[in-house]
Design a protein around this ligand. Sequence first.
Ligand SMILES: N[C@@H](CCC(=O)N[C@@H](CS)C(=O)NCC(=O)O)C(=O)O
Length: 134
Amino acid sequence: MSITFYAAPQSSASPVSCALRELGVPHERVNLNLAAGDQRKPEYLALNPNGKVPLLVVDGTPLFEALAILQWLGDTYGVDKGLWPAAGSPAPRQRTCRPTGRSAPTACWVREWCRIMSTTPSSLRPVTRCTAST
Ligand SMILES: N[C@@H](CCC(=O)N[C@@H](CS)C(=O)NCC(=O)O)C(=O)O
């Protein structure tokens, strides 16, 4: 599987960066310079019409929106590693939803992951491989 990850440091792409590392997903990373407007270039907008990072291109198919990407990564690579509930098993998701107090059941697990990754100092994160360079 060929995966290209379009990102920018310290951005909404950071939780995806953490997930790719934690799940050990081989990929090529392309850093965009948001200040220079790389995200508004026609060739990038052809992949992500929203003109934002993160973007994952999987075997030529673009995936965007961090939550959608995280859910796909979890479904595809996380189940075997015990890091993601298997499809069709609502109990684990319901359990992880409860502390967040949010209503969207499938999204809250990844929202919580995003929150942890973006607000916890790297030394305290459950995913120790995530660093400030993400
Ligand atoms: N809802 C989007 C938000 C993505 C987003 O806002 N990305 C910012 C960086 S944190 C971006 O690419 N900004 C560039 C721009 O708006 O021009 C997601 O979760 O993927």
